[in-house]
Design a binder for this molecule. Structure first.
Ligand code: FMN
Length: 171
């Protein structure tokens, strides 16, 4: 049986943070906004680690860096809104990862009675509560229980691949 290296030469790699980030980045993902109103302020961030987990009970997850300054605030919210971002949200996604105090300025938001905050023009929307969290190295895996779920087929999702938006083409 051929080794992978005989078929396609690997580039970079290794278990150092740079090599790992590059190898992890080969796996394309969507991007979500996780957000809520806490003490009257909308707080949240962009996350590409979102994934569906369970139908019964309905669970999704995302991973948050232990260095996050937003998570200790966001986790105090009763409910967290999760929006699957649309393909026109590339600038929005960068902004949701930038300066915390202006992340949501100018965005068309829906604030639920529960305090969950979603972006109006996303692809899918979830109202969630924290079900469980697991410490996992330099991240915490957060399991979220869904209370509502909705989606549209009128727009396409934002894709994050190799540190860029959209599917990166092979060299
Ligand atoms: C496309 C994209 C995806 C991201 N995904 C994650 C993620 O899954 N987990 C995470 O902890 N941070 C992720 N980030 C970084 C956060 O959005 C945010 O910048 C980081 O948490 C630092 O801000 P904070 O200290 O306010 O939390 C992502 C950023 C971008 C632009």
């Amino acid at each position: 049986m051929s080794r992978h290296a005989d078929l396609v030469p690997a580039i970079g790699g290794g278990l150092d943070p740079t090599g790992l980030r590059a190898a992890f980045g080969a796996f394309p993902s969507g991007v979500v906004a996780v957000a809520a109103r806490v003490d009257g302020e909308v707080v949240g961030l962009a996350a590409s680690s979102f994934t569906s987990v369970s139908l019964d009970p309905p669970l999704v997850s995302f991973s948050i860096a232990t260095t996050s300054r937003t998570w200790p605030v966001l986790r105090r919210a009763d409910h967290l809104g999760v929006t699957v971002l649309a393909d026109h949200h590339d600038t929005v996604a960068r902004r949701l990862a930038g300066r915390a105090d202006v992340r949501f300025h100018g965005l068309d938001l829906a604030v639920g009675d529960s305090g969950a905050v979603t972006l109006s023009d996303g692809v899918a929307w979830f109202d969630t509560t924290i079900h469980h969290h697991v410490e996992a190295g330099d991240h915490t895996i957060v399991l979220l229980r869904l209370h509502t779920a909705a989606h549209t087929d009128r727009s396409r999702p934002l894709v994050f691949h190799r540190g860029r938006f959209g599917l990166d083409r092979p060299a």
